[in-house]
Design a protein around this ligand. Structure first.
Ligand code: IPE
Ligand code: IPE
Ligand code: MG
Length: 253
């Protein structure tokens, strides 16, 4: 994950109009493997290289938050063999990347029902979270056993408990207060969401936080996703006008 000299595609981007936070639904590992008559797990293994490339690309241009959907609450329903392999890969990733995270001032965050992860994976995760706690150069957020509906319910329960205890009035609940109760409380909302593999859905990802994100869907399968495509997507993003419901000042007459 060390940073190289900026590539021409990266240099062509306007540094003033970069997304602060990019979120990616990393999809298509299984189909990548199937196309090569390989086991699905091989696709997940290759996908780990694309994770490294995405982090590198963000750091090269100066994006400071990257959230990666690595495992959903629904993914627990996959065959045990695949779930076990994904957990083993996650543990290996955590162990092998720690040094790079520390060298490059990267803080790791995790969002999701972390207590559902196997003990050894949770321990490896806790270790990296603690070790990188004071880093602030770049924020890598892994969504693990993550589901947006479960996150929103968790927040609603937290708010309800405060109301029941008499510490909060229902009238005082606002968007900022609700956001505080989400797993992402210390992370700004994503500006850009990318989903690979051609699927046009959110699959229970960041339903609250993506309210005003720009969406980009690509047919590329995640193991084939690299820096060049990432930079092309960023160039596309820079051509968009984010209006937030308002009227473009030049059109307002
Ligand atoms: C994404 O790839 C990785 C996870 C969901 C863990 P998939 O495993 O969903 O790949 P496809 O969609 O079957 O190709
Ligand atoms: C979404 O991909 C979850 C992750 C990328 C981790 P899935 O492959 O699980 O989503 P569906 O089943 O196509 O909606
Ligand atoms: Mg999939």
């Amino acid at each position: 994950m060390s940073s190289d000299r900026p590539s021409p595609e990266a240099a062509a981007l306007d540094p003033e109009r970069l997304p602060r936070h990019v979120a990616i639904i990393m999809d298509g590992n299984g189909r990548w493997a199937k196309q090569r008559l390989l086991n699905r797990v091989k696709g997940h293994e290759k996908g780990a290289d694309s994770v490294r490339a995405a982090v590198k690309a963000c750091r090269e241009v100066g994006i400071t938050y990257l959230t990666l959907y690595a495992f959903s609450t629904e993914n627990w329903q996959r065959p045990k063999m695949e779930v076990d392999a994904l957990m083993a890969l996650l543990k290996k990733f955590l162990q092998t990347e720690t040094e790079d995270l520390l060298t490059n001032n990267i803080r790791l965050h995790a969002i999701g029902e972390i207590d559902r992860l196997p003990d050894d994976v949770r321990q490896a995760l806790d270790h990296v979270l603690t070790q990188t706690r004071n880093n602030d150069g770049f924020h890598l957020i892994l969504a693990l056993s993550y589901g947006a509906r479960s996150e929103i319910l968790h927040a609603a329960r937290g708010i309800a408990a405060e109301v029941a205890a008499g510490r909060l009035s229902p009238d005082a609940i606002d968007e900022a207060q609700f956001s505080e109760k989400l797993f992402t409380c210390d992370i700004p909302d994503p500006d850009l969401l990318i989903r690979t593999s051609g699927e046009l859905r959110l699959s229970n990802f960041l339903l609250w936080q993506l309210a005003y994100a720009e969406f980009y869907f690509t047919d590329t399968l995640w193991p084939d996703f690299g820096k060049e495509e990432f930079f092309r997507i960023l160039a596309d993003y820079q051509g968009r006008e984010r209006r937030y419901g308002r009227v473009d000042p030049e059109q307002a007459s």
